[in-house]
Write a protein that binds this ligand. Structure first.
Ligand code: ASP
Ligand code: MG
Length: 448
């Protein structure tokens, strides 16, 4: 199939009836849009997480359930008399209450995933009805038939081959006569249990579906009109980027830009699906296109900031003229499933950055890890650091890049600099309290 578009709408885009109606118009305005992936309405997943934790007094649990029911029914009420929809919604809410009671008795990650799935299951039910109201033939499709994963609850790994097979047999035939509305974020394991792809995982779901149906484009509709040159909260001068390459966008995601779930680009790159990011509030404002090829390849495209970094330095006199020291260090890190971002070495030491333990995205630096590292060298841990990445093209081969960036930062203490390994980034580590000021200043120097 060619020309097929998968459109994903985030939580704020489907927060209430009016927001959903705007999204329905976006879908209806383009007949190529055949698959619609929705997040839970804004706030719902957070409520569900609280229910899943268990340990709630009954009145608090009931209050949360009432808030959720209120969000969902306020959408339904604006649709007029819909007894069948009301019944379907009521049914889901009853199932959800039963799950929440189970979570009080014993909470497990499997039960948590089951609970969290209700947000997307309710928003997709309602969204499909809004599309039908606007005259689109839409059906609500249970994505758990297609998004097959392993059983690592709360952050499951998708089975790409199986997803492709399921999409070809169950999803593609439907596209001939309907627009499919389905859930982001959720999937199912081999034994049929509900799984989730991790918080914010709906983007990733949409990309997996786009890959599996060989879509022409994936649209990610959110509340900002595209990817910006830097986080607009850091400088008012940040501006939307019209187009950016997959390589650059992947670097941005790695180095802290929060606009897309970091895994989203992987299926899109694999299947060459162009990705559009735009605001469902202002579809006419345009947005950012991410693709393999871009018309322009400026040296400087964006600046990303990744907070909560730790710098780990290992010093070993044995490293002098020795071999195998780095191999030992990396073997230990790999055993602890720690991924390293930046690294610099000197004759007898190696320094590397990791996410701070409070940063939920990463594996933790544990005492055991430190003990194992201490066996190979003297370990120093520095905290309160932030990583800033200048992202662009040919950075390693463009004259003056190092000079431009460093002279802009004269006033600041740079703890570590990594330049040259990638054509698409130049990174450095700074004190966290300096980071916002540095981004603002550097943005003026490189982009004004
Ligand atoms: N509803 C899920 C979350 O809030 C997934 C998503 O919105 O992407 O994390
Ligand atoms: Mg999201």
């Amino acid at each position: 199939m060619t020309g097929l578009i998968v459109a994903k709408f985030g939580g704020t885009s489907v927060a209430d009836y009016d927001a959903m109606s705007r999204c329905a118009s976006i879908v209806a305005s383009n007949p190529e849009t055949k698959i619609v992936v929705v997040s839970a309405s804004s706030g719902v997943t957070n409520y569900l997480v609280r229910l899943a934790k268990g340990n709630l007094p009954t009145n608090e649990r009931d209050a949360i359930l009432a808030h959720i029911a209120d969000i969902e029914f306020s959408i339904l009420k604006k649709m007029g008399h819909k007894p069948e929809m009301a019944q379907a919604l009521e049914h889901l809410l009853n199932e959800l209450s039963a799950c929440a009671r189970d979570a009080e008795l014993a909470s497990s990650l499997a039960l948590q995933d089951e609970l969290l799935s209700f947000g997307e299951r309710m928003s997709s039910l309602l969204f499909s009805e809004i599309l039908r109201e606007q005259g689109t033939h839409a059906i609500n499709f249970d994505v758990r038939q297609v998004i097959k994963t392993d059983a690592s609850h709360s952050k499951a790994t998708p089975d790409i081959a199986l997803i492709k097979h399921q999409a070809e047999t169950l999803l593609m035939p439907e596209l001939a006569h309907s627009v499919i509305v389905t859930q982001g974020f959720i999937g199912a394991s081999d034994n049929g249990k509900t799984t989730t792809l991790g918080r914010g995982g709906s983007d990733y779901s949409a990309a997996l579906l786009a890959e599996s149906v060989k879509a022409e484009a994936l649209q990610i509709w959110t509340d900002v009109n595209g990817i910006y040159t830097t986080d607009p909260r850091l400088t008012a001068k940040a501006r939307p980027i019209n187009e950016i390459s997959f390589d650059e966008a992947a670097e941005m995601a790695t180095f802290g830009a929060k606009i897309l779930h970091p895994a989203t680009l992987v299926p899109a790159m694999r299947a060459s699906v162009r990705v559009f990011v735009g605001s469902s509030r202002q579809p006419e404002a345009g947005g950012t296109w991410v693709a393999w090829k871009t018309e322009h390849k400026p040296a400087y495209r964006a600046i990303a900031l990744r907070k909560e970094q730790v710098l780990l330095t290992l010093k070993s006199p044995d490293m002098l003229h020795a071999t195998g020291f780095l191999a030992d260090v990396f073997t230990i890190l790999a055993r602890h499933k720690i991924s390293v971002d930046l690294i610099t070495t000197s004759e007898i030491s190696v320094a590397l950055t990791l996410d701070e333990p409070t940063n939920g995205n990463s594996r933790k630096i544990t005492e055991t890890l430190l003990d194992e590292l201490k066996a190979v060298g003297e370990v120093t841990v520095e905290e309160n650091l932030s990583l800033i990445a200048v992202i662009g093209n040919h950075l390693q081969a463009t004259r003056g890049v190092g000079g431009n960036v460093l002279s802009a930062l004269e006033k600041y203490n740079l703890r570590m600099i990594c330049h040259g390994a990638s054509a698409h980034n130049l990174c450095f580590l700074v004190q966290s309290e300096d980071a916002p000021g540095i981004v603002e200043h550097l943005h003026s120097c490189l982009f004004d």
